[in-house]
Each structure stands twice: as structure tokens, then as C-alpha cells.
Design a protein around this ligand. Structure first.
Ligand code: TRP
Length: 336
């Protein structure tokens, strides 16, 4: 396929839980921008990938399939501009994965920093499911089955994209020019710290504010947020760097001047943690309220959601069938 073909954008979420503010700043805001700039955008619910470490929890994956669709629709991903589809409903992705598995080594998969981190986080040790260890290969198939080449992702996914490009190069060199180079697309804030200030906001770490959180949940979480442990008395000078309240204000407060003034005041001393937290609660409520409302109204209409998914999956499947014809021909398994 010549490289002057149009840009095709593809991204996805594992349906393992509701999405949070970290997903928004790390990827969703980019999806929203890209769907305005490109005619071909895909959004995948990566249920097969979710099963790689949830084989025993199919109901969880099934339930969260709807949740991640609602989160994306509520933030403004538009099914008229972005094709929504479910990974498990495109069998060609599984077929492509099997063929790609021959192009990577186990040693290389074990060295993938994203997989390594996640394996540690999940405590797999040597008992890692083979499907989990090889998920970067199936993710390469997610991307390439529809010839997509621009991938909005969080920073943690960069090694997965790098490995997908190695598959592209290997495939093209063995079987002839077939796939295009893949480019990741990052936001300005690819990683949002958790409310505990310790690590990235994560579903499994219980330190995230969700796009569907109630005003009470938002308030409770902000009140617990990590600030500056040395800022004990009101008049002590406080630190802004590493202070989670300011990190979230930087990411979500529309009035940057106000934030700068608060920072100056806090650094000088005389501005209390409760004051800045109250301000952040307001900012986050203003941001989340319309998303929460839209989510609520969309959830009243399951048949509309189903229709979007069926229509999108049929469209994605057309690309998949076309790509597999080329791939089978290239690998000389186009027998009949
Ligand atoms: N691995 C991604 C994540 O955990 C989800 C995903 C699956 C994905 N397939 C994809 C992202 C293809 C981009 C492209 O967030």
C-alpha cells in the first residue's frame, strides 16, 4: 500500500473498568481532536485483550464493554465521525495475530517494558498467561487489520507501538511491502499522576477520579489528595511541584491565570490546602458534570448503543476482509 494513502486513526480501550481523568488527558482529548481532522477514525473495545488477564472474569469484560463505550460517547467521541467496533467480533484480527506471532521472539516480548511493568503490577511472575505476554502482537493486528497508521495512546503504550513497527518491518521484508509505518500520537499530558501522588492514575490502583464519579466522590477524593507534606501551618511556604492538587489544576482549570496566582500565593505561604482543594473540586465538577449527564442519558438507551456497535463492526469487518486477502496472498496461503 503506497504511503500517500490517507491517514487512518485507530485507538482502543480494554473494557476492564470505567475510564478516569487519566484516560481523558492521556488519550481521549486526542481522540476528540483527531476525529475532527481525519476522515477515517476507528475506536476499538479491546475485549479480547482484556480477557488476556481476565480469562476467569468474562462477565466483568462484558459489563465494561458498555461502560467504556458510554465513557467515550459521553466525552464527545462521535459515532458519525469515529467507527466504534468490538475486537472480538472481527475474527480476522485473531487470524492476523497468529501470523504475526511468527515474526517476534519470546525473548523480545519479555523485554517489552510495558509488558514487563504490567506483569509486575499484576504479580504474574513466571505464570504469565501466554496470551498476556503476547498481547503486543495482537495489538499490532488491531492496528494493522484496517491499515491504520496514527494511534492516539498514553505514554505507557509507546513500547507496544514500537514493537508493532518491528512487526511491520519484518512482515514487509519477508513478504513484500504490505503495511505502513505506525505513528503514536501523544497529548501534552500523556501521564496523569494518581490522587496519592505516587504513580500514574490507574483502575487497578484505586487512585483515580472517574469520568462518571458523583459530586460526593469527587469531593472525597480531592480532599484525600496528596499535597505538600511539609506544608503544615497555613503560613508556611508550600511546594507546587509534585503537589497533586496543582497538577490537576494545570490539567483541568480553564483559568490558567487564576491557577498561576494560586501557585504564587501558595509558594509564598498563607494559602491553605483546603482552599486549593475547594477550588479544584469546583473545577472538576464543572468538567465532569456534563459528561456524567450525557452518560446518564445515553445509558437509558441500550438499543442505540447496540446499533452504533453493530454498524461500526460491520464497517471495520470490511477493511479486515480486504486486508486478509492481501496478507494471505503475500504469505502464499491463498489456496482457494
Ligand atoms: N493496550 C491499550 C490500553 O491498555 C488498549 C488497546 C488495545 C489499544 N488495542 C489497541 C490501543 C490498539 C491502541 C491501539 O490502553
Amino acid at each position: 500500500m503506497p504511503s500517500n494513502n490517507p491517514t487512518i486513526v485507530l485507538t482502543g480501550d480494554r473494557p476492564t473498568g470505567k475510564l478516569h481523568l487519566g484516560h481523558y488527558v492521556g488519550s481521549i482529548q486526542n481522540r476528540l481532536k483527531l476525529q475532527e481532522q481525519h476522515d477515517n477514525c476507528f475506536y476499538m473495545i479491546a475485549d479480547i485483550q482484556a480477557l488476556t488477564d481476565n480469562a476467569a472474569n468474562p462477565e466483568k469484560v462484558r459489563e465494561n464493554t458498555t461502560e467504556v463505550v458510554l465513557d467515550n460517547l459521553a466525552t464527545g467521541l462521535d459515532p458519525e465521525k469515529t467507527t466504534f467496533f468490538i475486537q472480538s467480533q472481527i475474527p480476522e484480527i485473531a487470524e492476523l495475530t497468529v501470523l504475526f506471532l511468527n515474526l517476534v521472539t519470546l525473548a523480545r516480548l519479555r523485554r517489552n517494558p510495558t509488558v514487563k511493568d504490567e506483569m509486575k503490577q499484576k504479580g504474574f511472575g513466571e505464570n504469565v498467561p501466554a496470551g498476556f505476554l503476547t498481547y503486543p502482537v495482537s495489538q499490532a493486528a488491531d492496528i494493522l487489520f484496517c491499515n491504520s497508521n496514527l494511534i492516539p495512546v498514553g505514554e505507557d503504550q509507546l513500547p507496544v507501538i514500537e514493537q508493532a513497527n518491528e512487526i511491520v518491518h519484518k512482515f514487509n521484508s519477508l513478504y513484500g511491502e504490505t503495511f505502513r509505518e505506525i505513528k503514536p500520537s501523544l497529548t501534552d499530558t500523556p501521564r496523569l499522576v494518581g490522587i496519592d501522588g505516587q504513580s500514574k492514575a490507574g483502575k487497578s490502583l484505586g487512585n483515580a477520579i472517574y469520568l462518571s464519579d458523583t459530586p460526593q466522590e469527587i469531593e472525597k477524593k480531592v480532599m484525600k489528595m496528596y499535597t505538600d507534606p511539609d506544608h503544615i501551618n497555613l503560613n508556611d511556604p508550600g511546594k507546587v511541584a509534585g503537589n497533586v492538587v496543582f497538577t490537576y489544576l494545570d490539567a483541568f482549570a480553564p483559568d490558567k491565570k487564576e491557577v498561576q496566582e494560586l501557585k504564587n500565593h501558595y509558594q509564598k505561604g498563607g494559602l491553605g490546602d483546603v482552599k486549593i482543594k475547594r477550588y479544584l473540586i469546583e473545577v472538576l465538577e464543572d468538567f465532569i458534570a456534563p459528561i456524567r449527564e450525557k452518560r446518564e442519558s445515553l445509558s437509558q438507551d441500550p438499543s442505540y448503543i447496540k446499533e452504533i456497535l453493530i454498524k461500526g463492526t460491520l464497517k471495520a469487518r470490511e477493511s479486515a476482509i480486504e486486508t486478509m486477502k492481501k496478507v494471505r496472498h503475500a504469505i502464499k496461503i491463498d489456496h482457494f
